[in-house]
Design a protein around this ligand. Structure first.
Ligand code: TXE
Length: 489
């Protein structure tokens, strides 16, 4: 089957390009998909442009768009098992995690279905009874939606759902490493009744496929989730045609534990914070920042538990963590381990590939903990995006805040303490887009998600996540116009 979707039809890449999608657990080929060239990306943009400017989609009411989103949510649940399996094969994450992703994506479609219907704009008081002043929210136009490989379905869905709710047309560009669930999502959008040209799909390399989208004068907006360097290049590229951009560029997220925290819960979540999906999470709490008085006991217990994490095939029920996504990515993670050792961090566990021969064909890496870390180290400052925890310590609350803010990123942070006032103080002092108190990781479709500082521009989810895909139009209606006699009196 052809895997590019342009103007309502599944088509092959015009130049005949293909790419093999590989299972990171054993390097087997899961599927061969089309590899688009720039001309395919241009065709997808033309289709989206025509559907936005002249297609039937323009006439769809908010209610109809809402019903489309609800239908997609139903179809996601109907095919939940198939989608979860695809995601696990493609990314290596466990089947349980993939199932949770499908459920959360379903909630996001449901949330924006409701938002689409309940967004009538607003009346503004012009201070003049003869004037009716209204602000309407309209779609921006053609959106390029570019997603990464760690949460392929979830990240693209966080963009597709609000973009559709607002009435835009779009070109989806998943990561070339993990396109399978995005292909499936586009099949469901088609089945749900999205008109031809509304949601187009191109697959292939960031350059030329992604860059063709970000450079195109026919594209009005780019929403991107991925690495800092690529995000910065996309922003520069979008500047040439003054496109809107929304960027989510990861983080280096502190998990701050005070000595008065609930020990059992804090330990358990400290593991989840870093080793969930092998650390390939933009909000991973890779920087453990622990109070002096608790440090030794906490880190000793943590290290023991880290050594018991079961690596394996994401499809096996007892696997707790799968492989890294690719050989190339594992090399990046390994390079950070060498850097950390050179910088003087003390390796407590991990720091190498596992010995288990059953894992030999997968891109596995042992969960790793470094103690004696500080903010001057690259392993503490840069996104390793792997199963590497660094431990820093503090004695005063102000040190905890300073360490927590000692990063050019600002996506997420957590604070653990039994004292509510202290938690609130630290939560407010931290310059991160999400702060968890006595928890780590949850997000809600109805609450904004995004980063301060270099973690990005704009927000996903929540009302602001819809506003990213809207233009505000002010309509000022004078119901009793009278000559002003300003000129030519
Ligand atoms: O991501 P890229 P990569 C971080 C993580 C990781 C690093 C690099 O630290 O190690 O980024 O990962 C497309 N124009 N995150 O190289 O390059 C690309 O095809 C347009 C954090 O895999 O950012 C893919 O679809 N598009 C992150 C998408 O951008 C381009 C999640 C992401 O790829 C492009 C993943 C270009 N010039 C990695 N170049 C998070 N924020 O959660 C590439 N792309």
């Amino acid at each position: 089957m052809s895997t590019l979707f342009i103007d309502g039809r599944w088509v092959s890449a015009t130049a005949g390009g293909t790419r093999q999608v590989v299972n990171p657990f054993d390097q087997s080929v899961i599927r061969t998909v089309d590899e688009a060239a720039a001309t395919d990306a241009e065709a997808a943009v033309r289709a989206a442009r025509a559907a936005f400017d002249d297609g039937e989609w323009r006439g769809w009411t908010a209610r109809r768009r809402s019903l489309l989103l609800r239908r997609v949510a139903e179809l996601l649940q109907r095919d939940r098992a198939e989608i979860a399996r695809l995601e696990t094969l493609d990314t290596g994450k466990t089947l349980v995690e993939s199932g949770i992703d499908v459920d959360e994506v379903t909630s996001v479609f449901e949330y924006y279905a409701t938002q689409a219907e309940s967004d009538p704009g607003r009346l503004v008081d012009a201070g003049n009874p003869a004037v009716r002043s209204r602000v309407l929210y309209e779609p921006i136009g053609v959106c390029a939606l570019i997603a990464p490989w760690n949460y392929p379905l979830l990240q693209i869905a966080w963009k597709v759902a609000p973009a559709l709710a607002a009435g835009n047309t779009m070109v989806l560009k998943p990561s070339e490493t993990t396109p399978l669930t995005t292909i499936k999502l586009v099949e469901l959008l088609d089945e749900a009744g999205a008109p031809a040209g509304v949601a187009n799909l191109v697959l292939g390399a960031g350059d030329p496929v992604g860059s063709t989208l970000t450079e195109s004068p026919q594209v009005d907006m780019v929403s991107f989730t991925g690495g800092l360097a690529t995000g910065s290049a996309i922003m520069a590229s979008a500047a040439r045609t003054v496109k809107k951009v929304a960027l989510e560029l990861g983080g280096k997220n502190p998990n701050i534990v005070f000595a008065d925290a609930d020990f059992e819960a804090a330990i358990d979540y400290a593991l989840i914070a870093v080793f969930f999906h092998a650390g390939q999470v933009c909000s991973a709490g890779t920087r453990l920042v622990v109070e002096d008085a608790l440090h030794d006991e906490f880190v000793a217990e943590l290290t023991q538990r880290v050594e018991r994490i079961k690596l394996g095939n994401g499809l096996d029920a007892d696997t707790e963590s799968g492989p890294l996504v690719s050989a190339e990515h594992r090399e990046k993670v390994e390079s950070y381990v060498s850097i950390a050792v050179d910088e003087g961090a003390r390796l407590l566990t991990g720091g190498r590939r596992p010995d288990n021969p059953k894992l030999a064909r997968g891109f596995f890496y042992l969960p790793t903990v470094f103690d004696d870390c500080h903010g001057g180290m690259r392993v503490v400052q840069e996104e390793t995006f792997g199963p590497i925890m660094t431990v820093e310590r503090f004695s005063e609350i102000e040190d905890a805040v300073r360490i927590g803010n000692d990063t050019t990123y600002g996506l997420a942070a957590a604070v653990w303490t039994g004292e509510a006032r202290k938690a609130e103080y630290v939560a407010r002092a931290l310059r991160h887009g999400t702060v968890w108190i006595n928890d780590f990781g949850p997000y809600l479709p109805q609450a904004e998600w995004g980063g301060y500082k270099r973690s990005g521009v704009g927000r996903e989810l929540g009302h602001a996540g819809l506003a990213e895909y809207q233009e505000a139009k002010h309509i000022y209606e004078n119901t009793a116009p009278e000559p002003q006699r300003w000129f030519a009196r």
